[in-house]
Design a protein. Structure first.
Length: 456
């Protein structure tokens, strides 16, 4: 019968009600501890914010791609486990809450006793019944919230100082780049833009050239070599675009490829340039007799000196006017003989230099002018007088010959300066293709060397 009394569910219910009182006290203890922990976390967090904002303004971290807000948020979030650890620390437990409640509410250890008595012990049955009833009656009149108030520490007001410092730094301090992070980032961005633009420029040139060669559809030796060079340039452009080569390495590789292209162009022109063609002229092609009017011109051409040949032509033009056309001591027949001789010599030079179209045509025009002058000398005296009245006399013919000789001289000087090569159509096409590849390489190298991203 006694055992049944002890096992009465009412006893357990009474003890659980007492325990819930202690549980409420424990919850408020933990909440208060969490508030204290939060103060610590916020103090550290706000001080850290001051440091991070100062570092941002001093070194322009945000502009350099370093987000100080994310860093601050992440470090602050680390305080959450600390708050939970402090709030649920083993040192704050139910028994501690019961002891503090007994002390603060004057319960004289009633809660501690209620939590520790053994309801299954028959020896304490009578005591338990009376004790639990009295304890329940006592705590019904007590306010656990008043005994365990939640107070916000005054120290929270001190958090305004780091917050004010953070605001002042954020709004008043101008960003600086003391570590050069922004400059380094901008240089890297610019270098990337330069790299991409140079690769795109080179790739665009090569793509157009590949389409052009494919359209021609004829596989020739020269085109095969051009295709090889295109493939090498294409590989460099691809490596540059994908970052497998830095700009310096790409410059070196493009420079080597440019030298290969120049070597190919030199091979094309080898033996075919104007000065090389002059060296092939034989004596029978020129006017080298002592009596030849153009002997000095021919000697200069034989010696590979077009510039001197041009000077001798100008000198010959002056001599022609002075010693032939304007010499009063010469008869018309003598003038005609010398002009015929000059016309034959000019025709011979035109044949010798027939590979150079412009020079040949100018010499033939000169030959016509000389022939006209010779024919003029053969006209009857009266007809000559009539033509002289019309401005077609010796002076006019002399001026025409001098003008045409000047054009021949200028073409000789141009050929000496440019040293034009006489190439076949296939060789000209190959040279044009090589020039296109070289132009693309030059543009890419200029972009990499000058560091100008610009637009494509």
């Amino acid at each position: 019968m006694t055992t049944m009394a002890v096992a009465n569910p009412a006893f357990y219910s009474a003890r659980e009600r007492l325990r819930s009182f202690a549980t409420r006290a424990l919850a408020r203890l933990r909440l208060q501890e969490a508030i204290h922990s939060l103060l610590v976390v916020l103090a550290i967090s706000f001080c850290l914010l001051v440091v991070l904002l100062f570092a941002d303004r001093y070194c322009s971290l945000m502009q350099a791609g370093i987000n100080v807000w994310i860093i601050w948020g992440g470090l602050t979030a680390l305080g959450v486990p600390y708050i939970l650890w402090r709030a649920y620390s083993p040192r704050i437990h139910e028994n501690l809450a019961a002891i503090l409640a007994d002390d603060r509410l004057g319960l004289h250890a009633r809660l501690c006793t209620a939590l520790t008595i053994d309801l299954s012990d028959p020896a304490t049955a009578d005591f338990s019944e009376a004790f639990l009833a009295e304890a329940l009656h006592r705590i019904q009149k007590l306010d656990v919230e008043r005994a365990f108030p939640i107070r916000v520490p005054r120290a929270f007001a001190l958090l305004l100082f780091p917050l004010a410092a953070s605001a002042a730094i954020y709004f008043l301090m101008q960003p600086q780049d003391r570590l050069g992070l922004v400059a380094a980032r901008e240089n890297k961005r610019k270098a990337e833009a330069v790299r991409q633009k140079a690769a795109a420029t080179l790739a665009g040139k090569l793509e157009r050239l590949k389409e052009k060669i494919d359209e021609q559809g004829i596989e020739k030796g020269g085109e095969y070599k051009v295709k090889q060079l295109i493939q090498q340039a294409d590989a460099i452009a691809k490596d540059l675009r994908e970052g497998k080569r830095n700009p310096d390495e790409a410059l070196i590789a493009l420079g080597q490829l440019k030298r290969e292209i120049q070597e190919e162009k030199e091979k094309l022109a080898q033996g075919k340039e104007f000065l090389d063609r002059l060296a092939k002229l034989s004596a029978k092609d020129l006017n080298l007799e002592q009596s030849d009017l153009t002997r000095e011109v021919s000697e200069a051409l034989q010696n590979g000196d077009p510039g001197k040949a041009a000077q001798q032509l100008r000198k010959l033009a002056q001599q022609l006017k002075k010693d032939i056309l304007d010499d009063p001591n010469k008869t018309d027949e003598q003038r005609k003989q010398q002009l015929d001789q000059l016309q034959r010599e000019v025709e011979k030079l035109a044949g010798a230099l027939a590979e150079d179209e412009a020079l040949r045509d100018n010499l033939r025009e000169l030959s016509k002018d000389v022939m006209s002058a010779a024919e003029f000398q053969a006209l009857e005296q009266e007809i000559k007088k009539a033509m002289e009245k019309q401005g077609k006399g010796n002076k006019k013919l002399g001026d025409d010959i001098e003008k045409q000789m000047e054009e021949v001289a200028e073409e000789l000087e141009r050929l000496q300066e440019d040293n034009d090569a006489d190439l076949t159509d296939a060789e000209e096409q190959e040279k044009e293709d090589l020039d296109t590849v070289e132009d693309g390489i030059d543009e890419a190298m200029d972009g990499l060397a000058n560091g100008e991203p610009g637009g494509t």
